[in-house]
Design a protein around this ligand. Structure first.
Ligand code: WTA
Length: 650
């Protein structure tokens, strides 16, 4: 009976279809299949047309795509400057007074920044970087709260050809130090602190801790935001505002090679060490400009766009900084948490700025659902016309709630699948052209080819399997910093000449794609990828801990929750809260386990491998499958008993 009900539910969900609303379609940039047709006939020619139409090039390319598996180069021989494309060209076209950023601080203070002002700041900061010895090809680390200076710093690096490596401000000093050292960065840009939940959080002390172990850093630039007291080291540390007061406004944008390294962004892998994902200039900017324009049906003259991501993640890079600014959009950037001072903060911002396009993550949507319909109901959100989702699979109820309650039942919802590695959106509806199904990312965008394969690598047309990408695309990663072997091994070894994304996916009878989550040992917590190994390493780094196994268990709010099983060293004891905080200190608060179970033994195979699959079953309250390879079955029985009893922490 229960099974039957599930079936009916599934069928119902799959049957709900939402064609583009007629009103939306009337003004949509794409309302038919022409882009798909063009790209299918000649994908390289299609991308070349996008690159030429959407960007300003100082030198034309001679080759659209050079593909030597697994390495791609795009628009080879071409030259352009990313900051020129994001700033100068809009000012030169007479749009200098257009608002680039409506910035809203958490306490309620605001800044309105036009394209002309953003260009001036960027030029000055580019000169600051030069004065600190940063040159083309160098790496610069950025560790900032959500302040406009984050965008300025990134654009200034791009202007002079230095690669930035942004580290999310919520990461710990250890995570920062590891990333600085992996990239051998020369300069760190940070802040005294920022605002979060109504209070100032200090950032500089964490940076200072990292700086004790980062020999390559020569200078530190500190943005004043929190107003908290900080320690400034003479000769090394400089206030942003002091340096800017002296900086010249004269800084022409130098044309960069299309394959010049634009940035590194670190992402978790299945082994402990984070991977420095490499993105370059011409292909990346083409990809993010194109997708930002067409997926969000951007009308820069009238839209007010808002992406709630943090600039420390790829979504912030591609869809706060580079895509929107390259397209000359007006956008909102908000500094703080969604529930300060009340649970309606985001909706008050939508109303205040007349936001028309809103892009957020399923974990946030589920949280808004929990907070209740009365919160959005307090505000006039009739300006909204399009909603987007990114970061993890969106369950159909959340999709429906988003469309109905935030989007008044009329806004299309674009569920966008992509990764740090892909640079930009890969699978998504085009809102004026695609009939939507709640919970499906629908189809690969024009120019992208994705296929689902079975375990043996054979392509399947229907049912579940593994998501692969079959052709190079302009925004694809160019490698892992300093580790070409790992690049090949991680993405290009499992299914021959296909890029393996690490995600499961299924195709339904209409050919719609449904993403099924990670197939490896990477957890997806609130849309952020965290590797089980990294959290285990952090736990084991505590002196009381002998061994740890970490799994991601389904969680209604955060997608997956981190559940840890810990064995203590003989004679040691530690409080669960202290251990959770230890992980936060080692990796960052985002990686704190939701629950830690202390156990005298971990379930292991006879060869000594921890059986994470069993632990996941235990954590999710499932009946255990095959336990025959288990060395000692009583261990699991005990854990099951405790899982049933234990209430979990926040
Ligand atoms: C997951 C974030 C389902 C997926 C842009 C992917 C998604 C990982 C979706 C990348 C989506 C992202 N539906 N799953 N719309 N978007 N994912 O690198 O598992 O932080 O591999 O990039 O998030 O996470 P990353």
């Amino acid at each position: 009976m229960a099974g039957e009900q599930n079936n009916i539910d599934d069928l119902l969900l799959e049957n709900r279809k939402f064609p583009p609303p007629v009103d939306f379609q009337k003004n949509a940039l794409v309302a038919g299949t022409f882009l798909y047709d063009e790209a299918r006939a000649d994908d390289e020619g299609f991308w070349a047309r996008q690159a030429a139409e959407l960007l300003h090039w100082d030198t034309d390319w001679h080759t659209i795509c050079e593909w030597n598996l697994p390495y791609a180069k795009w628009f080879v021989g071409g030259q352009l400057n990313v900051s020129f494309n994001c700033l100068d060209r809009h000012v030169l076209a007479g749009r200098g007074d257009k608002v680039a950023i409506h910035w809203e601080g958490e306490p309620g203070d605001t800044r309105t920044i036009t394209y002309a002002q953003l260009l001036d700041e960027t030029k000055k900061f580019a000169n600051v970087l030069k004065s600190l010895g940063v040159a083309k090809g160098d790496r610069v680390n950025i560790y900032l709260p959500m302040v406009p200076e984050a965008a300025v710093a990134m654009l200034a690096c791009a202007r002079i050809g230095a690669a930035h490596s942004v580290v999310f401000g919520g990461f710990s000093s250890q995570a920062l130090a590891d990333r600085i050292n992996d990239a051998s960065a020369k300069v760190l840009i940070t802040a005294d602190g920022g605002y979060r939940r109504g209070e100032v959080f200090a950032l500089k002390p964490a940076a200072d801790e990292a700086l004790a172990n980062t020999p390559t850093i020569e200078h530190v630039v500190v943005v004043k935001r929190g107003g908290n007291d900080v320690n400034m080291v003479d000769g090394r540390d400089h206030w942003y505002h002091d340096l800017m007061a002296e900086a010249s406004l004269d800084c022409p944008a130098e044309p960069m090679d299309s394959e010049q390294l634009l940035f590194l962004l670190y992402t978790s892998g299945t082994t402990g060490k984070p991977k420095g994902i490499m993105h370059t200039t011409g292909g990346y900017l083409t990809h993010v400009t194109y997708t930002h324009k067409y997926v969000f049906d951007l009308h820069p003259e009238s839209d007010v766009y808002w992406c709630t991501a943090d600039v420390g993640w790829i979504t912030g890079h591609s869809y706060i900084v580079y895509g929107p600014l390259s397209n000359g959009a007006t956008q909102v950037i908000y500094e703080g948490v969604p529930n300060f001072p009340g649970n309606d903060r985001l909706w008050s911002i939508v109303e205040k700025y007349g936001v028309t396009i809103f892009y957020t993550a399923p974990t946030a949507i589920r949280t808004f659902m929990k907070w209740g319909d009365q919160e959005p109901a307090k505000h006039d959100m009739s300006s909204l016309r399009l909603l987007g989702s990114v970061g993890e699979p969106i369950n159909p109820e959340a999709w429906m709630w988003y469309r109905d309650t935030i989007g008044r039942g009329t806004c299309p919802v674009v569920d966008t699948w992509w990764q740090t590695e892909t640079g930009g959106i890969m699978i998504s509806p085009l809102p004026g052209a695609t009939t939507l199904k709640p919970g499906s990312a629908t189809f690969p965008l024009p120019g992208i080819t994705a296929e689902v394969v079975d375990e043996s690598g054979a392509r399947i047309d229907h049912g579940g399997g593994y998501l692969t990408l079959t052709r190079p695309w302009p925004g694809m990663l160019r490698g892992i910093w300093g580790d070409p072997e790992r690049y090949k091994e991680t993405y290009w070894s499992r299914y021959g000449d296909r890029y393996f994304a690490g995600d499961g996916a299924k195709l339904d009878a209409d050919g719609y794609l449904w993403l099924l989550g990670r197939v490896d040992d990477v957890m997806n917590v609130s849309g952020h990828r965290i590797s089980t190994t990294e959290v285990e390493s952090a736990l084991v780094s505590h002196p009381a801990v002998a061994e740890a196994a970490v799994v991601g268990a389904n969680d209604a709010t955060t997608g997956q929750a981190i559940i840890a099983y810990v064995t203590l060293r003989g004679g040691s004891s530690v409080d669960e809260g202290d251990l959770r905080n230890h992980v936060a200190k080692e990796i960052g608060a985002i990686a704190k386990p939701k629950t830690i179970y202390f156990t005298p033994e971990l379930p292991k195979t006879r060869s000594g491998k921890i059986m994470r699959r069993l632990l996941r079953d235990v954590a999710e309250g499932r009946n255990l499958g095959d336990t025959t390879t288990l060395a000692d079955a009583s261990v699991v029985n005990e854990l099951q008993k405790r899982a049933a009893e234990a209430p979990s922490e926040d």
